[in-house]
Unconditional design. Structure first.
Length: 383
């Protein structure tokens, strides 16, 4: 079995040599490969040790050969028919359209992109994280703090959920969980955020590993015709590390779409009014964010059933509406149930604001079992 070692430096806000002596055995099932006609792009940057160290470890494995150099001096390496590694000298979020640029330069079709990157948290808490990318809640003229394009989200890579489960299994099988807990480490998803701009299914792997079992085992997390009609979670609400969405993903093995935290659902305060509050009266880019995230998720999982999972922490969202609405009753997810079409569903209840918000926010999507509101086939437009 291959000896897998976490990178020499995990960056959490600032560089810290966390895992120099931490080792995994065997991650051979996590082979980076796709179908014969498609390629996977793994993107690393030399300006981030937490990105270039695992890239160097990958390149130290057999089967690599130099590839073409893209515009901007981006170097490439090839391994077999399916795997390509790009090495750039800018920050990871600064090189847009790498998938399209690769296709134009080589004639190959990109199936997915993995960005190797550090994890930086305000709390400085170390974490091994995976997440989709996009800024669907921003509008034209807004500041882009970490790249991307206003109102854009990349299709989420279907491997996000399976690889999260794989990471946890590896940590548990090698008794690393107690060590992680001792230093405050968490293995977690993150909400959808930042760039760079891509059009193909994408995920950031903000973990530091050295070595993947290239050529050994089967790929993990490839969406294909055999996985069509499976459920795909679209997470709505909650904090940046989306723990409640992650609980559902880990418990049920559901596929992972975009994960919109509360800060990605901005709603403007309509002020004090006696008029009836409707979805149209609630301004802000929250409808845009959900529409973009839904469309991108649907594009990444053709044939899948998109499930909207609503985090119950609505008070934080409601708090941003302003004093005129703070007395409104929040949505209740799991009580006051009634029967609809022979099945038990939660009582929507709550305020007119909550009902109006959810009607447009979910647009007829099926909430995860226990929170079913409406159903809409994925062939229909979310708008």
């Amino acid at each position: 079995m291959n000896l897998i070692r976490l990178g020499k430096a995990v960056k959490v806000g600032i560089s810290s040599p966390f895992f120099g002596a931490c080792k995994f055995k065997g991650i051979s099932t996590a082979v980076l490969q796709t179908s014969q006609s498609m390629v996977t792009l793994v993107v690393a940057t030399t300006v981030d040790p937490a990105s270039i160290n695992p890239a160097k470890a990958l390149l130290a494995m057999p089967g690599w050969h130099p590839g073409p150099t893209l515009d901007g001096g981006i170097r490439s390496f090839k391994n077999g028919d399916n795997l390509r590694l790009l090495e750039q000298d800018k920050f990871i979020i600064e090189e847009d359209d790498l998938d399209l640029r690769w296709e134009a330069a080589t004639g190959e079709t990109v199936a997915e992109l993995f960005f190797l990157s550090r994890h930086a948290a305000v709390s400085n808490r170390p974490a091994l994280t995976i997440h989709p990318i996009g800024v669907p809640h921003l509008k034209d003229g807004d500041v882009l703090p970490q790249g991307g394009r206003p109102g854009w989200a990349a299709p989420p890579c279907p491997r996000i959920g399976p690889w999260l489960i794989l990471l946890k299994k590896i940590a548990e099988s090698h008794n690393l969980v107690p060590e992680f807990e001792f230093i405050g480490m968490q293995i977690t998803l993150e909400a959808t955020h930042h760039g760079p701009i891509t059009t193909k299914p994408t995920m950031f792997i903000e973990i530091v590993w050295e070595g993947l079992g290239l050529g050994e085992g089967a790929p993990v997390g490839i969406w294909s015709s055999t996985t069509e009609k499976k459920k795909v979670l679209l997470g709505i609400g909650g904090g940046h590390y989306v723990p409640r969405h992650m609980d559902v993903i880990l418990k049920d093995g559901i596929w992972v779409g975009h994960l919109l935290s509360g800060y990605s659902l901005p709603m403007d305060d309509p002020g004090k009014t006696n008029a009836k509050i409707t979805a149209d009266s609630i301004e802000g880019t929250w409808k845009q964010a959900i529409s973009v995230a839904f469309d991108a998720t649907k594009a990444a999982f053709p044939g899948g059933e998109i499930i909207a999972h609503l985090d119950h922490k609505l008070d934080k969202l409601r708090g941003s509406f302003g004093g005129g609405l703070r007395d409104e009753t929040p949505l209740r997810r799991e009580r006051r149930k009634r029967r609809v079409n022979g099945g038990a569903t939660p009582y929507v209840g709550g305020s007119a604001l909550a009902r109006a918000r959810l009607h447009v926010m979910l647009g007829g999507l099926l909430l995860w079992p226990g929170r079913t509101l409406y159903h809409q086939p994925t062939t229909a437009s979310h708008r």
